[in-house]
Ligand binder design. Sequence first.
Ligand code: HEC
Ligand code: HEC
Length: 382
Amino acid sequence: MSHSPSNHLRLAIYLVVLSFLLCHCSLRNKVDENPSLTQKEQLGKFLFFEEGLSTPEGQSCATCHDPDVGFADPLNELPVSRGAVHGLYGNRNDMPVSYSMYVPPLHYDSAEQVWVGGLFWDGRANSLTEQAMGPPLNPLEMANPDTAAIADKIRRLDYSDRFGEIYGENALNDPDSAFFYMADALAAYERSAEVNPFSSKFDLWQRGESALTEQEQRGFMLFVVESKGNCAACHPHTPLEDGTPAMFTDFTYDNLGVPPNAESPFYLLSSDHNPEGFNYRDPGLAETLSDLAELGKFRVPTLRNVAITPPYLHNGIFKTLYQVVAFYNTRDVAPWPEPETSANINVDEMGNLGLTNQEVEDIVAFLKTLSDGWHHQEIINP
Ligand code: HEC
Ligand code: HEC
């Protein structure tokens, strides 16, 4: 097919205008008022993007949870997140905030005899409100010394009077209640439709508004079928009991036998932050429960937005989805490095799946249908 130069020019102008509009809108959506949010959700949104709440200032929740990547960490070249204090890093890969509202509190399912739920890789927070009180005081994240320091910062925000309108005029008088209301508003925003849009190609396909390609459909079958990928055993593709679309996690815990990540800058921190140095092994759920029987187990993460949230797994060891699926496929039959924790490794459902390379690629193609903003992507890549 041949194009006349004027067609090229028209297309170029169209693309420039379109990309300007898209960038402009996405920047605005990030921090602006959104009339469809309630008053409390809107306050939570301002706080989520507020860079004045860390010590030193400059780090917000959104620094590590960017709306463009499923509210996960956009800093993909590092396996863990960078702290507000220069030179400090966390011990784990980030998790997406989108859809974390569906994680139930940590509980023991006595019928299945497994632990279920709890926020963070190790289940140590039981609600979004409790979770939101973690990062502001975590020395490896927003690094505030105490709630009084945070309350001072909140009182100085130019929208601080919104706390009074929502929580009563004395809301900010006492540091602990100011801190609690901050977390409550953040949690309200995290539960809003803006953070949980259900706008992936998969969602549209389920609603009959889009089709999957042949490869994506093959990948979906391989993902589900027990004698193939068997991924849905832990990352179910079916709606939740209340009809909420699939979360691609059953919220349980497993040790996949993931190798340690020698590239993690956490290993290099001083002994105040990492007393064990290179011998550090992340205990996962065992630490939360003080139960060594759960050593090395981490919560099954959602696979929503997984294609746009590299690196992967609790220590960020793998940079591509292909590597993750290849690991499930050949862990026990190819020379992968030794596991970070050798206790409790799941050998029933993974390790030697017998998938061909083509089948691994098909599963990856399916995983790419789980990214939100499908219509938006379709416009960018016609
Ligand atoms: C320095 C980067 C960083 C900052 C700042 C940060 N987070 Fe996180 N977030 C992470 C990491 C890393 C994890 C996983 C940590 C773990 O499991 O121990 C996480 C986990 C979470 C989770 C759990 C998701 C799940 O599925 O369990 C939520 C919710 C969350 N963060 C919300 C927030 C909020 C709200 C703020 C602001 C108050 C915030 N984060 C600030 C890096 C960050
Ligand atoms: C026995 C349960 C189980 C099965 C079966 C399973 N997974 Fe997982 N999956 C997990 C757990 C647990 C993690 C997190 C482990 C960790 O970080 O140490 C995980 C993590 C992942 C991640 C990384 C997500 C992220 O955000 O870092 C991907 C991708 C993934 N699984 C895809 C798959 C695919 C594809 C299959 C099928 C080939 C599969 N899983 C089968 C339990 C399972």
